[in-house]
Design a protein around this ligand. Structure first.
Ligand code: ES4
Ligand code: ZN
Length: 323
């Protein structure tokens, strides 16, 4: 097996809803009596061709409608952890989208209970430690984010951080300052998607206004030399998702990925899978595809793997034990 698959690593940018494989979509649809607008598994898989972020999100929100009960979320998470284990993952910081479920009538408690039922024993069963990060859907706006923050209060024991995701352009990070301030004051970790499709200005806002500890994607930072210097000086990690960037046409092809320019600028970069069911590979496959396309030395892959633990929210002693 290749080094990219076997290297022990942390996955820091992973939407649990984006791990649902077409077979599970159909299995849960049957179990829950949900009618799908696709005839077969192959029919669904054929739709995994995207023009941009929004065209992906449309299918992502459609397919996740089969997730209805706590058991569904437990099964989904167990399936991800089993796949992740095969790709060398030893620690995973997992995003979920509360609003995407509550808006369909699924109680938040059902979602959180289901996810944590799996995560609770992930170390014993899969050798993977985990954290859980609740993301706000930025296209629903800052008021909805604040209202969602209130509904998360009874579950904060199970939630380690908050994030910001979904359609980026037109929804700048600074709008979400109030909810991020509340979360920081409550002692939660904070991250945000920025600079995936949106401009470098959104990355500045994520770090300066929201106070994020990591930027998710952040690839458009290469357009702003002062921003690159800031990220490098502060050692603010970017959680880069190479196969996602190509599939969503943020980058024309893997060989033209801006990652080498980020590394040259001294930015701490980690490699992640984002929505692996949709983008053609789990995290190990992101490592191997990137190595092949950019002709990276094994030493660079080792650096990515070590930095994935350094950029994680694990306490220092646990982190060091994994590097
Ligand atoms: C996402 Cl690739 C990506 N970007 C923004 N939001 C998302 N939610 C799930 N995947
Ligand atoms: Zn993402």
């Amino acid at each position: 097996m290749s080094l990219g698959l076997t290297l022990p690593k942390a996955e820091l940018h992973l939407h649990i809803e984006g791990t649902i494989e077409p077979e599970l979509v159909f299995g849960l649809a049957r179990r829950n009596g949900v009618e799908l607008p696709f005839a077969t598994v192959d029919d669904l898989r054929r739709r995994y061709v995207f023009d941009d972020l929004q065209s992906f999100l449309d299918l992502y929100y459609l397919s996740m409608a089969v997730l209805r009960t706590a058991q569904d979320f437990t099964d989904l998470t167990d399936a991800y952890l089993a796949r992740a284990r095969e790709q060398g993952v030893r620690h995973a910081e997992i995003f979920f989208d509360p609003q995407a479920h509550v808006s369909r009538g699924v109680p938040l408690a059902e979602v959180v209970t289901g996810l944590t039922e799996s995560l609770r024993t992930s170390r014993e069963r899969f050798g993977i430690s985990t954290r859980l990060i609740a993301c706000f859907l930025r296209d629903l706006g800052p008021q909805e984010a604040l209202a969602t923050w209130e509904t998360l209060q009874p579950h904060l024991e199970q939630i380690d951080g908050i994030g910001l995701d979904s359609a980026e352009v037109g929804h700048p990070p600074q709008l979400f300052e109030p909810v991020f301030t509340r979360a920081r004051d409550a002692g939660l970790h904070v991250v945000a998607h920025a600079g995936e499709e949106g401009p470098p200005e959104y990355v500045w806002q994520a770090i300066d206004v929201l106070g994020v500890e990591r930027v998710d994607h952040g690839i458009r930072s290469v357009e702003d030399a002062a921003l690159l210097k800031r990220l490098a000086d502060d050692r603010t990690p970017l959680t880069v998702c190479p196969l996602s960037n190509v599939r969503l046409r943020c980058v024309p092809e893997l060989s033209q990925h801006p990652l080498p320019r980020l590394l040259d600028a001294g930015v701490l970069v980690t490699i992640n899978s984002d929505d692996p069911s949709y983008f053609g590979g789990y995290v190990g496959e992101n490592f191997t595809a990137l190595q092949e396309a950019l002709k990276l030395d094994d030493s660079v892959l080792r650096q990515f793997a070590a930095d994935s633990f350094r950029a994680s929210f694990l306490p220092e002693a646990e982190r060091d034990a994994l590097i």
